[in-house]
Design a protein around this ligand. Structure first.
Ligand code: PMV
Length: 338
């Protein structure tokens, strides 16, 4: 029996997907731009089981469960099976090599790995080339993964990735913007809260358009995207860093001013942000923050500057856990015979 195995990395958005213009079609309110990570990965295996009458899905080392993530996974598999009329059900298991409560987007890596491995198993493909030959290019796989979790589409590519919304839902595209080799950026994920987040990103996407700041944000994003692209192309850390921080604070302020307001930022998150800005002022070390839908902070700097950052960080936050990550290559696919 052939067992298909895929690994897919998480990604950190620089320009963030925040709000949906069409919820059912997962059409985002704006373009987004991300860096694919290297270390935080989801590993998923799938095999075709002709005897099964429904999908079997479990997290490795656990029994099958009916938690919200497992239900979303089954729904996604059912959607793929129906769309392409695949005859068989699959047995699927998955694990993350990073703590799910760390604020690292596990749904991005999770749905990227799931989509890749399920389509590979159904089409008996052992490489991206084979998948492409059967009509499943990386771009197509990204389109499918996006339907499970928007940001998952971006995890199908390595390096720096854009998700363009286009002028209609059919026109949206996820594609590579710059390769990993273009710029060695590091992401140090500072874990300030180990708690599961109180508000899902799905719910946050629904709430943000009700903020009076939302339309202002959307109208300024063309310009910001251009500046982000230029900063990345020119490897201009100062410009990139300033854009990262404005973008991160803006998405959080928008949620805080929605009609049903919510804040992911905890007191210690804000304290950490002041500490980081202070460090920058005092040492001129080019380290900047960004924050996704959670309380933890991603510290972005050039890889060559990380050791210096870690020196100050360990000195001032000796008990705070962190994960070391950096720009990475994108997903992988393997097949074994058992
Ligand atoms: O993919 P979702 O629905 O979990 O939304 C992701 C939202 C952010 O992480 C905050 C931004 C992004 O672009 O990844």
């Amino acid at each position: 029996m052939k067992i298909y195995k895929a690994s897919a990395p998480s990604n950190i958005a620089f320009l963030k997907y925040w709000g949906k213009q069409d919820e059912k079609l997962q059409w985002p309110s704006n373009n987004s731009l991300s860096m694919t990570l290297n270390e935080c990965q989801t590993f998923t295996t799938a095999c075709v089981q002709n005897s099964l009458k429904s999908f079997s899905f479990k997290k490795e080392g656990e029994n099958e469960q009916e938690d919200s993530f497992s239900l979303k996974v089954i729904k996604h598999l059912e959607f793929l099976k129906k769309k392409y009329q695949f005859p068989s059900f699959l047995e699927v298991s998955t694990y993350n090599n990073f703590p799910t409560a760390s604020g690292v987007a596990s749904s991005a890596s999770g749905f990227a790995a799931l989509t890749l491995v399920a389509i590979a198993a159904w089409t008996e493909s052992s490489s991206f080339e084979e998948l492409e030959g059967k009509g499943f290019s990386r771009e197509t796989l990204a389109q499918l993964a996006r339907l499970g979790s928007g940001s998952a589409g971006r995890s199908l590519f390595g390096g720096y990735v854009v998700w363009k919304k286009g002028t209609s839902p059919e026109e949206q595209r996820v594609k590579s913007f710059l390769p990993k080799s273009h710029w060695d950026l590091a992401d140090t994920i500072v874990i300030l809260s180990q708690e599961e987040k109180d508000l899902s990103s799905r719910e946050a996407h629904k709430r943000v358009p009700t903020s009076p700041l939302f339309s202002l944000r959307v109208s300024g994003l063309r310009e910001r995207e251009m500046l982000f692209s230029q900063a990345l192309e020119k490897k201009d850390m100062k410009s990139l860093g300033e854009l990262l921080e404005t973008e991160a604070l803006e998405i959080h302020f928008i949620l805080m001013t929605a009609t049903e307001p919510f804040s992911y930022l905890k007191e210690n998150t804000l304290e950490f942000l002041s500490w980081l800005r202070n460090l920058r002022r005092e040492t001129h070390l080019e380290v900047y923050f960004t924050i996704d839908a959670g309380a933890n902070v991603h510290v972005i700097c050039e890889l060559s500057k990380r050791e210096k950052f870690l020196f100050y960080f360990r000195r001032d936050f000796p008990k705070t856990p962190f994960l070391l990550d950096a720009v990475g290559d994108g997903p992988k696919l393997f097949v074994t015979e058992e």
